[in-house]
Ligand binder design. Sequence first.
Ligand code: HEM
Length: 391
Amino acid sequence: MTLTVDETPFGFDPLNPGFRADPYSVYRRQRETDPVHHSPMGIWTLTRHADCEAALRDQKLGHGDGINGSDHLSFLTLNPPDHTRLRGLVSRAFTPKVIRELRPRIEQRVTELLAPLRDGGEFDLISGFAYPLPVMVISELIGVPVEDQSRFSGWSEEMARGIDPDFLQTPDQLVRRDQAKLEFDNYFRELIAARRGRPADDLLTGLVAAEQDGDKLDEQELLDILALLLVAGHETTVNLIGNGALALLRNPSQLQLLREDPSLAPSATEELLRYDSPVQFVSRVALADTTVAGHPVAAGEIVSMILGAANRDPSAFPDPDRLDLTRQSGRLVSFGQGIHFCLGAPLARLEGQLALAGLATALPALELVDEQPAYRDHFILRGVSALHVRA
Ligand code: HEM
């Protein structure tokens, strides 16, 4: 499917294959010529950093019957007070202390996944490393048994594609998304029943306790939270590792910096999150008549914030198209802002740091085999479907 210029809801066509290979020059043009784009469909598209940041924090912009296909994703698409209640129930599982304690397990997983790749030869860095690592981490955190993790990652793929606006998806993709969510719900109903009888030391047990305390959480709410954690926590982190590795391999002097000094991993991860953001786009609905970036926006209109464009705005990041792992990274919008700020950001950062530093140091001769890897046909989430490399 491609869109004609008149149908383009954002001022550019996100389905155009050329766009996917290099969205950043398209964003730059739009930010310079039409930074607050208004389409005939009633969608406002923001590409400046300051505008995106302000809109993300604006409480008059929220969620309604919007354009996202993510209505089954719990508090991601809810407004206060439901958002506050449900987010509060999960946030205990994502405190800095809990995340710090996961570190040795993630390190171990990184080492185990990289070990067979060290023998040399060619492999796909996505299926061999970037994809399995986050699914193992999120499954362990939730409490999904190891033997079920491959089913879990299959649903994740369909459901992640499904968060794009419905009008950017084919009928077949929508059917597959809904089917994946049904299978996911059925699987988790059984696991929930098992935890009721036999509590364990995992996030699922904590949520089941909240569900048993009925006025806090009902079963469908619980299932939707689990789906949110899977989709938000898996594909995004795959893309951080995959896009990050690709950017490093295309900038060998930067990769060498990280290899020589792995303590750069935190600033390197921030820079890679900025340079090629795993989440390119978020949207809200105007809950009342309001003003956005100096323009009057009517209740019910949609406001899209192009995070990938904001992160390349020269007024926030000097020389934005240059990858600089030592950059003092400034105000990234890669994890959003305001009340929906990514709950998993500390976990994602830790996984990114350990994965990228692990790759740089364990595989010292790593190089690209395919210079122009193909991107997944997602719009909201940006990442390559395979990354062929040689160790
Ligand atoms: C590099 C990896 C990640 C990126 C780039 C990312 C990005 C984002 C962004 C941009 C949002 C805000 C969406 C909006 O405002 O509409 C968000 C929300 C969220 N993320 Fe992440 N995320 C990542 C990893 C994770 C992980 C690992 C988890 C959990 C395991 C997670 C859980 C969530 C949740 C639960 C929300 C919803 C927060 C709310 O609505 O209050 N994310 N994420």
